[in-house]
Design a protein around this ligand. Sequence first.
Ligand SMILES: [Cu+2]
Length: 147
Amino acid sequence: MDVDKNPRVSSLRLICLVAVAFLFVLSPHFVWPQSPQVIEVLADHDSRFKMAGMKDPVITVHAGAPVTLRITAVKAKDHNRDGSIHGFSLLRANDRSPVPGWDLLLKPGRQEFNLTAPAEPGEYVVVCTVVCSPDHDGMHMKFIVLP
Ligand SMILES: [Cu+2]
């Protein structure tokens, strides 16, 4: 019997072909998911958050997008018992409620956090949660979530 002319075999072939085509079209979404936005922040010795090229640092992200926070922390006057020298905690601007997963403690030096931006667009604020110096109360920065 000629295999090629068997209708079962040829329909199986067609299904395989369609499946492979689908995988080919969809593969970028599996193999290369949206690459994270890398944000570099300096949590400095003068109890201030700083970002290169910004006098008033603002973090801007898109709702639900992957974000890599690359933070360099430099010790101010004081530190926590656990060795944390600054904190990086994200709050909603309107009610100061914390954003889950965005309450970070910083150790001296460079550290990286892979996070997901808040799902809700709007205005947020980053605050330091370690009483790092007498100027600690001024250690905050704007954080904007775009749709
Ligand atoms: Cu602080």
